[in-house]
Design a protein around this ligand. Structure first.
Ligand code: COA
Length: 113
């Protein structure tokens, strides 16, 4: 009998501008972005209630940010969760850019708000 939890899987879904985390092949959460040239602007992260409080957001964001680095891009943390994650995990400081009013205005336009 195998009672171990399955390892969550993170995938980038380019068409939806987001990374998703899957548990047992079911989507358990996402972190959403828009790309501004070589900057990946993260603006929202959510984990479904059924999976909350187990560290999934940290797994999701860690793998998303590693993918940004692998893509040769930079990070802009508009999402408060991503911003908090980056404060705790200094290894991405070299590829992180500040959130500026210009980025926020651009993001509003991208999101139609
Ligand atoms: C925030 C959220 C993604 C965390 O997911 P999770 O997998 O349950 O996260 P965990 O329980 O493992 O970790 C909780 C961590 O998230 C942090 N957190 C919770 N809500 C947060 C918020 N609104 N903004 C920033 N950080 C938040 C907690 O402070 C905690 O940080 P710590 O690890 O340093 O103690 C989830 O609670 C959620 O979907 N919330 C609703 C949407 C939301 O508020 N998203 C964040 C802003 S876009």
């Amino acid at each position: 009998m195998n009672e171990q939890a399955t390892t969550p899987v993170v995938r980038r879904v380019d068409a939806r501008h987001r990374y998703e985390i899957l548990v047992d092949d079911q989507r358990a959460g996402l972190t959403a972005y828009r790309d501004r040239d070589d900057r990946r602007v993260f603006f929202h992260t959510e984990i479904d209630d059924a999976h909350a409080g187990r560290g999934l957001a940290a797994v999701l964001v860690a793998q998303a940010l590693a993918d940004v680095r692998a893509s040769g891009m930079r990070i802009v943390p508009v999402c408060p969760y991503v911003a908090k994650f980056l404060k705790k995990h200094g290894e991405f400081a070299d590829i992180t850019d500040p959130v500026t009013p210009a980025v926020l205005q651009w993001l509003d336009g991208q999101l139609g708000r």
